[in-house]
Design a protein around this ligand. Structure first.
Ligand code: 5RP
Length: 256
């Protein structure tokens, strides 16, 4: 890995702990605008506890002050809304604009088993080629189609394919036997949180993921839809970076 790529990646994945907590707030790109995202500025209080922010360029330019010193993982893909075929996605941001925005990584989704699977793999390949040219890490998001089963066989296959395409790091969902996903994926793996679940369950999921080989989380709804979002992101941090127990982390969440 060349110096620039390594330097950018070390802003996201902490070289001391080897772990990371990314805050995912890119949901609106396909028309999914959960409550908290309607007033994006309410999320600003969470930024200081995140190692990196994952979002789209529109929200970055409009809603994140340029003075915020947080590495950005920029979603550079778009396409059909949630009302249509989500896998019909293309790359919509040029590498020039990503560099202008001083991003630390770029990202798109791959839809393994989806209708536009091949297109999404070529999207990822395009990002990897840009990343190699300009020293920018690429996060591959393994998006799950409605009819896909989120098990280790499928998520492992999708994660491995992302790594084979050259993704620098991979985001996938947590599942039973998660060590089977991380063990066949040579690139670092982070988990998405998925739909909102009770806080203790989300913390347990983060704990299990780290124990089973994930380097961290790229979590959205289970943080910003919590009744105590600041407490929740602090609690997730304690698990991811400091190996806290779920009980201790839950107390941090409760204390807000
Ligand atoms: C969608 C994404 C989202 O960032 C991701 O799913 C968000 O996180 P969460 O599931 O934790 O709300 O990449 O394709």
């Amino acid at each position: 890995m060349d110096w620039g790529m390594k330097n950018r990646l070390s802003r996201i994945i902490n070289p001391k702990s080897g772990h990371c907590v990314m805050l995912a707030v890119d949901h609106g790109y396909f028309g999914n605008v959960p409550g908290a995202l309607k007033r994006f500025e309410d999320l600003n209080v969470l930024f200081e506890y995140a190692d990196a922010l994952m979002l789209t360029r529109g929200m970055l330019r409009n809603c994140v002050p340029a003075e915020v010193d947080k590495p950005i993982v920029l979603r550079v893909s778009a396409g059909a809304s949630m009302l249509k075929e989500l896998s019909n996605e293309e790359i919509n941001v040029t590498i020039d604009d990503a560099i202008r925005l001083n991003v630390s990584a770029i990202t798109c989704s791959i839809f393994i088993g989806g209708e536009y699977e091949k297109q999404s793999i070529m999207n990822l390949s395009k990002l990897v080629n840009w990343g190699q040219t300009y020293g920018i890490p690429v996060l591959a998001v393994t998006a799950v189609g409605r009819e896909m089963v989120r098990d280790a066989r499928y998520l492992g296959m999708a994660s491995r394919m992302a790594a084979e395409m050259g993704a620098t790091f991979v985001k996938t969902y947590y599942c039973e036997d998660f060590e089977e996903v991380t063990s066949i994926c040579p690139a670092p793996v982070v988990i998405a949180g998925g739909r909102k679940i009770p806080e203790r369950d989300a913390l347990q999921m983060a704990k299990n993921a780290i124990d089973k080989g994930a380097v961290g989380v790229d979590m959205g709804r289970n943080i910003f839809q919590s009744d105590k979002p600041v407490g929740m992101i602090k609690a997730v941090r304690e698990i991811v970076h400091n190996n806290a127990s779920v009980d201790d982390a839950f107390e941090i969440y409760q204390n807000g």
